[in-house]
Design a protein around this ligand. Structure first.
Ligand code: FAD
Ligand SMILES: O=C(O)[C@@H]1CCCC=N1
Length: 387
């Protein structure tokens, strides 16, 4: 095998590509992870200090995947010798009789996820920092918490390297030639491999165009807002404030979510779970702030301990599918090309399991999970394969 020949090439060193490469190296495969930017970078979807991890979901299949995923996160913590997870619980709020609240609640109960339901009196006793509205339900997924995202990405990449994996960063892929051996051309070299995994985040369709496939993916810019506590520590991890998701907030289409103040002292991250469409190469030209206005109004009404003007605004991107479910599948025309895309703003926590599943597909194995919710063929009128 020459230095440019691999068992598998993975394009994109975000959370999903890094964990796919990690999984392949753990299985003794010679893997190459290609990244267009110099690592670490903040131009995709996986940067930033924190993400929510939870078992609370509307669908059983996500909740069930999280069961093993928690073990895989803890395994990486041990291998890398770093703390990646902090348990805080996740407070789910929303109209008690509403569809979304009921879906979350029923999934948690059906799957026997440890929960605590907060009735009105208990809510004001345990969460005095939030104004609860009449008719709102509140239930806590006690398994949930915070993942230290930047640290986690580095840990997966470090372990991958320590197992003999090769990372080439600052090396943008410019062409893909499908075949029994896939040829991948970058700005500075040409590589070949028995299989290829494309985990390119918001750039997925740019890369897929070399293979004759386009998916219904929308890249959106998210304004990541941090809000100042009037009294520092009010909503902090130390003060046992949990992560939260508020569903079906009055008059807005998408969830609002937040994490306890932690990474920036005195500031709490609260965001709207959607943004405005962007070209990933022109992210900073998307200047729409309507999501910030939505969160600001929400904070003024519900979080009296926060100043409703953002103190820090950072940028990140989601790659959204029409049903907000992931794409985890083989290419319809080239079975040795595997695609992980469309993580729709909730994929980080699944990194280790997504890496496992994509690695299995790349190795021609049967997946450990039922992948029917994630198949490309669920988009019949949109996906097209020209090759
Ligand atoms: C603000 C925000 C908050 C979020 N909160 C949560 C949360 O609380 N919990 C949760 O589970 N998830 C959350 N998510 C979602 C999660 O972070 C994403 O689903 C996940 O990071 C997607 O990872 P990815 O690897 O698919 O994409 P990316 O991280 O974008 O990685 C793709 C990589 O491919 C590279 N690439 C692209 N084209 C090429 C090319 N031609 N050549 C080489 N490399 C290329 C890119 O540079 C990039 O590094 C959040 C996302 C955002 C933006
Ligand atoms: O995935 C998550 O947990 C977060 C919070 C809810 C909306 C999206 N991301």
């Amino acid at each position: 095998m020459s230095a440019r020949d691999f068992d598998c090439i993975v394009i994109g060193a975000g959370v999903q590509g890094s964990f796919t490469a990690y999984h392949l190296a753990k299985h003794g495969k010679r893997a190459l992870l290609l990244e267009q930017f110099v690592l670490p970078h903040s131009r995709g979807s996986s940067h930033g200090q924190t993400r929510i991890i939870r078992k609370a979901y509307e669908q059983d299949f996500y909740t069930q995947m999280m069961e093993e995923c928690y073990h895989l996160w803890s395994q990486l913590e041990k291998e890398a010798g770093v703390k990646l997870y902090r348990q805080t619980g996740l407070l789910l709020m929303g109209p008690e009789k509403g569809r979304d609240f009921q879906l979350f609640k029923n999934t948690m109960h059906r799957n026997k996820i440890p929960t605590v339901t907060l009735e009105h009196a208990e809510f004001s006793q345990h969460i005095p920092q939030v104004n609860r509205y009449p008719g709102d339900g509140a239930i806590v997924d006690t398994t949930a918490g915070v993942l230290y995202a930047d640290r986690a990405l580095k840990a997966a990449q470090d372990v991958f390297r320590s197992l003999g994996g090769v990372i080439k960063d600052g090396e943008k892929v410019t062409d893909i030639k499908p075949g029994p051996l896939v040829t991948v051309t970058t700005v500075s070299s040409v590589y070949r491999a028995k299989s290829l995994v494309i985990t390119a985040g918001p750039w997925a369709n740019t890369l897929l165009s070399h293979t004759g496939l386009q998916l219904p993916l929308q890249a959106v810019k998210i304004n990541v807002c941090y809000w100042r506590e009037r009294t520092p520590g009010t909503y902090s991890v130390e003060n046992r404030f949990p992560c939260f998701i508020h569903v079906e907030v009055d008059g807005v289409e998408h969830h609002i979510y937040g994490l306890p103040s932690n990474e920036y002292p005195g500031l709490m991250k609260v965001c709207y779970h959607m943004g405005s469409e962007t070209d990933p190469d022109e992210r900073d030209r998307q200047t729409d702030r309507s999501d910030i206005e939505i969160v600001s109004r929400y904070i003024a009404a519900r979080f009296p301990g926060l100043v409703p003007v953002p103190a820090v605004v950072e940028s990140c991107m989601y790659t959204v599918t029409p049903d907000h479910h992931f794409v985890l599948d083989r290419h319809p025309s080239h079975s040795n090309i595997v695609i992980g895309a469309g993580f729709s703003g909730h994929g980080f926590k699944f990194g280790p399991i997504v890496g496992k599943v994509l690695g299995e597909l790349a190795l021609g194995q049967v997946s450990s999970y039922d992948l029917s919710p994630f198949r490309i063929r669920r988009f019949p009128s949109h996906s097209k394969s020209a090759l």
